[in-house]
Design a protein. Structure first.
Length: 295
């Protein structure tokens, strides 16, 4: 989904070169950027039209829905806690992906989620009522959050549809990492940002097990080894660049620093959202386990 000039594209260009050189030209990677609809990308991989995808949690959830639970609001707000939880869940996730015919070459992150708004400050959940927040069509979490808040009619869009809707004022609230907002040129359309992180956006490099297993053993090792290295390098770089992006964005926006009372209101809504998700999206045991890992 990212542009070729983005940190993701830059790391993948290095990965392409490494695979070509290590394999003596016997294996090459070709990336297609600005993919947009992650659900469609996953469907193409299932149909054999793509050998792999690099997707966010929303795309991963089209293969194994419980992965999306890592992005429940108010759950993981530091990378240290997220890494701990993801490591604890790794065996379960790997098995689920393998059972579905896929393999995760490596996890890579998107950034810390902040609430941005245009023309007004959002200090409490009530400030969202009557506004026009953006939500991805393939996301199950944001709609649940807005239902808990009430009085909100979110605008569901695919990523390529966001910019034109921002331009015509159809969206005035967005929960998004700073780096993602900059890369898609959304950040300039907002003038307020909440300092608190409400969630951490994640992703992964996933390939077809059938396609991977069809490779000779030496080429398969080259792909998996370099993929793991690329994912680790990307994770480190994205976290650093997301911090830098947030610094740039907040220097020209009005930064909202929540009071203890305001944070308590958000915590209550976040907990209610997780409870709702445990009823109709994720298993109660998964939500309970992740909440325990977040402590």
């Amino acid at each position: 989904m990212a542009p070729k000039s983005s940190p993701w594209g830059q790391v993948f260009s290095v990965w392409e070169k490494a695979v070509r050189e290590k394999s003596g030209g016997n294996l090459e990677l070709q990336f297609f950027y600005n993919g947009g609809d992650e659900g469609a990308m996953v469907d193409k991989m299932k149909a054999g039209q793509l050998d792999g995808v690099v997707v966010t949690a929303a795309g991963l959830s089209k293969i194994h829905p419980p992965v999306l639970a890592l992005q429940m609001p108010g759950l993981f707000t530091t990378w240290e806690k997220l890494d701990k939880a993801r490591d604890a869940m790794a065996a379960d996730f790997d098995k689920a992906f393998a059972d579905a015919g896929f393999r995760v070459l490596g996890w890579c992150d998107v950034g810390s989620v902040h609430l941005m708004s245009k023309g007004f400050a959002v200090r409490s959940p009530d400030n969202i009522k009557g506004k026009k927040p953006y939500t991805r069509r393939d996301d199950a979490i944001q709609p649940a959050l807005f239902k808990v808040i009430g009085g909100v009619s979110p605008v569901a869009l695919n990523v390529p549809e966001v910019s034109p809707n921002l331009d015509k004022g159809a969206i005035n609230i967005m929960n998004v990492p700073a780096l993602e907002a900059e890369q898609h040129q959304w950040a300039s359309k907002f003038d307020h940002i909440v300092d608190d992180t409400s969630a951490l956006a994640i992703g992964a490099i996933v390939v077809s097990s059938k396609r991977l297993d069809a490779l000779p053993a030496d080429l398969r090792s080259i792909l998996t080894d370099t993929g793991k290295i690329s994912a680790a390098a990307l994770t480190k770089r994205v976290r650093s660049e997301d911090d830098a992006s947030y610094g740039r964005i907040k220097s020209r926006m009005t930064v909202i620093t929540l009071t203890a009372a305001e944070k308590a209101k958000w915590d209550k809504v976040f907990k209610q959202t997780r409870q709702r998700l445990a009823q109709d999206t994720f298993s109660p045991s998964l939500v309970t386990k992740l909440e325990g890992l977040a402590k």
